[in-house]
Design a protein around this ligand. Structure first.
Ligand SMILES: [Zn+2]
Length: 431
């Protein structure tokens, strides 16, 4: 959404995403699974890219992997050593947090606060808040490299500044990430790059997103309250999900619930409905007013102004969507009153298309075929829901009967048990 809007405003955008494909968590998980760490990292990278594609995230110019920037990482650590900001011990190379005056500025922490953090406990470090730039390690197939400090692998923070320095230079405009990256990750990135280059600030604008919560708790694997993108996209389409996300400001947390998801589906349907009506009306000849339509001119102008004003105000998408909903309401009223002109219909249509493009949401109704599919999938979802309740009550006989009768209708239900949570998916077999 941010990249799309900046482009709409005429900025040239280079959007870089870093991929951390080496860290202790990956290595640990790979050894549990008996696979190579890099293979595991690639598998999840593929899944991630697939999910992004299906969500319409198409504006990333470059995905850069940490493991493909080891020489750049080593070069940055060498310069930090030369500048006196880094030191070597038996366990690795560390950034000396006490040498960097601005440490803690982004997260608004004082020296006393920072004292309390034991970022990575290690008795060889000078200060508890020092973080590693290079870890001396021998373990992990394919994920150790030679360096001036012996074999090992990079610390997490240095990967990112080595990559951003390569493609964006020592200073750039926007850095994004979730709220929990402010400390220590982004704080460390500032310290590393500013200490390397002597140029301030590393980043002009930091954009931190709120968490996706479920009933007030962060959606996370460890809490077992998470949904994968794939599961989610069986419940709603990508447009409805983007709408759901954009109904909250990016800095606020989003509370995931079926209710809010359904609300966003309904809002989207209202826009689809209006576009459908406009297309229908424009096809009719002779019945519409031609010429000027001052009222719709001012409605369209007001919607545009309100939308842009909201987006200019730190990407206030809930207010921008508000402008769209107002436009839809006013256009519907004019259509019902039969007072709207041909030009008014066209201008409304064009503005909605433009807004949709900026938000990455298609406001045009789906083709007849998919609408038909939606109609058939709804009763199926209802049956799945009822069957799930029967299974919960251990009424296996009735649950099986539903499955068998659905099979006769060419709908195959597959039951699976994931993380103790029951999931069912269906596929319709076409003849
Ligand atoms: Zn980063």
């Amino acid at each position: 959404m941010v990249a799309r809007y900046l482009k709409h405003k005429g900025f040239s955008v280079f959007y870089l995403q870093n991929i951390t494909d080496v860290d202790d968590k990956i290595i640990k998980r790979a050894s549990e699974l008996g696979v190579e760490p890099l293979d595991l990292a690639r598998k999840f990278e593929r899944k991630y890219l697939e999910d992004m594609r299906s969500l319409g995230v198409t504006n990333v110019n470059l995905y850069a992997r940490a493991t493909e920037h080891i020489p750049e990482i080593i070069s940055q650590i060498e310069r930090l050593m030369e500048n006196g900001f880094a030191y070597e011990t038996e366990t690795g190379v560390y950034f000396d947090e006490s040498r960097f005056e601005d440490f803690g500025k982004l997260s608004h922490q004082t020296d006393v606060d920072l004292e309390r953090h034991r970022i990575e406990p290690d008795p060889t470090k000078r200060n508890p808040g020092d973080f590693s730039l290079w870890k001396k390690r021998e373990d992990g197939a394919g994920v150790t490299w030679d360096s001036p400090w012996g074999r090992g692998r990079p610390g997490w923070h240095i990967e990112d500044t080595a990559i951003t320095e390569t493609y964006l230079g020592p200073q750039y405009d926007i850095h994004g990430g979730a709220m929990d990256l402010i400390f220590p990750h982004h704080e460390a990135e500032i310290a590393q790059m500013e200490a390397t280059s002597g140029k301030k600030p590393l980043v002009r604008i930091w954009m931190h997103t709120g968490f996706l919560n479920v009933k007030g708790e962060k959606m996370s694997k460890s809490l077992g309250n998470f949904l994968t993108m794939k599961e989610l996209l069986t419940r709603c389409d990508a447009d409805a999900f983007r709408m759901f996300v954009l109904l909250a400001h990016y800095r606020s947390p989003i509370d995931f619930s079926e209710e809010v998801l359904n609300q966003s589906k309904k809002s989207l349907e209202r826009i689809h409905l209006l576009i459908g009506i406009i297309e229908e009306q424009l096809e009719k000849t002779g019945e519409l007013k031609n010429g000027e339509d001052e009222e719709i001119d001012s409605i369209v102008a007001a919607a545009r102004e309100k939308f842009l004003e909201a987006m200019d105000d730190d990407f206030n998408t809930p207010n921008a969507l508000g402008a769209i909903f107002d436009l839809v309401r006013d256009a519907n009223r004019r259509i019902n009153e039969k007072t709207i002109s041909r030009k008014g219909l066209r201008d409304t249509f064009r503005l909605l298309e433009e807004f949709g493009g900026i938000l990455g949401i298609s406001f045009s109704p789906k083709s007849e075929k998919t609408t038909e599919e939606d109609k058939t999938s709804r009763p199926i979802e209802l049956l799945i829901d009822i069957r799930q309740k029967l299974r919960a009550k251990k009424d296996w006989e009735m649950a099986d009967e539903i499955r068998n009768r659905m099979k006769e209708l060419n709908v195959v239900l597959e039951d699976s048990q994931a993380g103790g949570k029951y999931t069912a998916c269906f596929k319709k077999i076409s003849n």
